[in-house]
Design a binder for this molecule. Structure first.
Ligand code: PLP
Length: 464
């Protein structure tokens, strides 16, 4: 076997290029073998196919670079649930842009690590500029906003709660107040940080009610933190931010908005109005690996004032010695709780530059339009019931006469047959099929076909 080449350095490209051909061939062959939204046959069939392709996960002697790349990339593609397929629309799991995936390859080849300037000189400056631009997108009217790159909404929410806890240091422990519609990471974050159990307010209409927030805050001492959601994972609903902001201000509390899903609506002047009131939050989580067409991970935590990030300051002599900082080497450790850290900002930066804000807005508008279109088709369909008009790009529906068990079974059957991956969500006391539309190029006839798969009178028909 030849020695394995390095991805970077003067000869990196010579090493990479032929391997990329193998990767592309394997991706193409794997997608052809799958021929649809998802690998058919369920967990057993997929496990058997992967076992056959992988064999021994760590053979005594290697099979060589090209063989290994081809075998495993093909197996992964053949056994994928590929969000670029029009009938793969279960989760906030987006089809990444090719340009972003290409940029991510460069990030891997160069491997800058954003825990110290001497590992990431240009990457750290790029991150500073891009996060400044994104912070300004969230807080256009404030003088000193900032944003951190995270692994996603979970880390962003945790960091937001951590910063709130530290602001309250010395006083009573911070009490979180959120809706029953809040993401599970809010509860876990409070648990992880040793905060009191969050007060979870009922959201019978799927939304956090400002009056309920007001009443809850009446009962709580200190400076509670209200967590509102802009784009719930289940329905895409956006809590009424202006009213919640007023209730929070009246009580001298703080607001964090989990806009992991809805945040990128800000790119679109048409859609951004749905986030009015966002600027009253001390911090905002948003994910670009959902409504931003980035490969995972591409999360952000924006803060209204960069002073809020001070509690993250940390020293480690080998990374940010005080004399190095005094001599002008930028200190990166306070930009994350992680140490080694991928330059996830590169793919984001490339995407924002390639598409511009207008290009991002066009994609956002497209998926919102598709959701409105799908909802209209459901409304006209005699056998299907729509939960509610979509707010972002999530559409909940169900065969009108089906029981919850039949809805759950239908979802599993479509997945097992490899025809479609739809999500599930409980809302208004019932179980619904959930289509999370993140493919900006899905066609009207594909939306119709998706509905045909689920409609009661067409059970058993084959995919077009
Ligand atoms: C997806 C999501 C999260 C979690 O984000 P990850 O990127 O998966 O960590 C948090 N909140 C909301 C509202 C989400 O939709």
């Amino acid at each position: 076997m030849t020695v394995p080449g390095l991805a970077g350095g003067r000869h990196g490209v010579q090493e990479l290029q032929p391997l990329l051909e193998t990767v592309c061939a394997a991706l193409a062959d794997g997608a052809r073998a799958r021929a649809g939204a998802v690998a058919a046959g369920g967990p057993e069939a997929v496990a058997a196919a992967v076992a056959a392709a992988v064999g021994e996960a760590m053979p005594r002697s290697g099979t060589g670079e090209r063989e290994a790349l081809y075998a495993l990339v093909r197996a992964l593609a053949a056994g994928a649930a590929d969000p670029a397929e029009p009938y793969c629309a279960a989760h906030l799991h987006c089809p990444p842009l090719a340009v972003s995936a290409a940029a991510d390859l460069a990030a891997s080849a160069l491997n800058p690590s954003l825990d110290s300037w001497d590992q990431a000189p240009a990457a750290s400056e790029l991150e500073a500029r891009v996060t400044a631009a994104l912070a300004e997108l969230v807080y256009p009217d404030l003088p000193a906003p900032d944003a951190l790159v995270t692994t996603g909404g979970t880390e962003s929410n945790q960091l937001a709660l951590l910063l709130a806890r530290e602001r309250a240091a010395g006083g009573p422990r911070v009490q979180i107040v959120c809706g029953a519609n809040a993401h599970h990471s809010v509860l876990r974050g409070a648990w992880l940080l040793g905060l009191p159990r969050p007060v979870v307010l009922d959201t019978p209409a799927g939304l956090l009610d400002p009056a309920a927030v007001d009443a809850a805050l009446d009962e709580l001492p200190g400076r509670p933190v209200v967590v509102a959601t802009a784009g719930t994972t289940d329905t895409g609903a956006i809590d009424p931010l202006p009213g919640i902001g007023r209730a929070v201000a009246r009580h001298g509390a703080e607001l964090h908005v989990d806009a992991a899903y809805g945040g990128p609506l800000l790119f679109s002047s048409r859609e951004a109005v749905k986030l009015d009131g966002l600027q009253s939050a001390v911090s905002v989580s948003l994910d670009l690996h959902k409504l931003g067409w980035q490969p995972v991970a591409a999360g952000l935590l924006a803060v209204s004032d960069r002073a809020a990030l001070r509690p993250l300051a940390h020293r480690a002599d080998y990374l940010n010695a005080e004399d190095d900082s005094e001599a002008g080497l930028p200190d990166l450790l306070g930009r994350s709780l992680r140490t080694s850290r991928r330059p996830d900002v590169l793919k984001i930066a490339v995407t924002l530059r390639a598409l511009g804000r207008e290009g991002m807005a066009a994609l956002v508008d497209a998926v919102c339009d598709h959701a409105a279109d799908l909802a209209a088709r459901i409304g006209r369909h005699p056998g299907l019931t729509l939960y509610a008009p979509p707010v972002i790009s999530t559409v909940l529906f169900r065969p009108s006469d089906a029981s919850d068990e039949q809805v759950a079974e239908l979802r599993r059957r479509l997945m097992h047959e490899g025809r479609a991956v739809l999500g599930r969500a409980r809302a208004g006391g019932r179980l619904w099929l959930k289509a999370t539309l993140l493919n900006p190029y899905v066609r009207p006839e594909e939306l119709d076909a998706l509905l045909q798969f689920t409609a009661p009178d067409t059970e058993g028909t084959t995919a077009p």
